[in-house]
Design a protein around this ligand. Sequence first.
Ligand code: BTN
Length: 320
Amino acid sequence: MKILSSNLFSLVSILNDLTYHDGNEIGSQLGISRAAVWKAIRKLKNYGIQISSIKNKGYKLEESLSLLDHSEIRNACTNYNLKVEIFETISSTNDYLKENLVVNGPNICLAEMQTAGRGRRGNLWHSPFGQNIYLSYAYKFQKDVSELSGLSLAVGISCINAIKECGIDEKIMLKWPNDVVWQGHKIIGNLIEIVSENYGDSTAIIGVGINVNMLQDSENITQNWTSLRKIAGRYIDRTQLCIALIRNLHDSLARFAAYGLQDFMQRWQELDALYDTKVKPSSSAHEGIAMGIDPRGNLLLKLANGEIETSYSGEIIMPK
Ligand code: BTN
């Protein structure tokens, strides 16, 4: 676990014009030695960032890269009374918040990279350095776990709203229960873990992974995936997207706490990628036509005999 150093942030800002910069020149701009510059370059390379170096010319980034701007994110969080911690690398942002659930502890954890990012059903979540968003948000509800069904749907809606606010207008939709997709390719996943407390209160650790600027995956992700950069055709500012995401989650979680899923039903219907298509939930023996969700966020399926079947969990398979 490492806190992102301001030197690394400034170094990447200098190199992000994709031209060569001499080690001495960088050192004097940052007020550090040439050896310290070299160490920071080596660190970036170890994180998988492509940097070429030529004697007498210096270092050059091969691909656009900008790191999360701590002070901008911190300022935004202060407005909402949220305490944020941002790491250069961490095992999993969800695990960090779970281990630090204390009074006045952090509400939000962000990282440039996760070494053991977790997806649902025990899957790993591919989390390369500096490309995507890995964010967890701890929110205390005065509700029992049983009242939190449908929370992941509200989180998915918040993610899409944040993306739209950043000017990405592509048709990004929700695939029940937890995925945000574009033409069947996954862009976002969320992993919600609930910690029950005394007197019926529960804290939800809401983990969101967004494929932002990733163009390739080095680990052969098994699901069909895409990234915002791929679909929008431009490099996306992750800091602005993080801030929009935090703002939307902050508002949505308060609305969910006050009114529950019913406050999100209309928006869900607008964004439901499965509505009126033939699907087969992995938890069901049948395929049928998806008919939206019930008030608890369960999927409704119209079977061939006209009956409506309810699916409570599981993955959705799209039959041919
Ligand atoms: C899924 O399988 O669709 C859920 C993926 C959730 C990934 C995010 S990234 C931030 C947070 N930390 C984790 O370890 N997982 C979640």
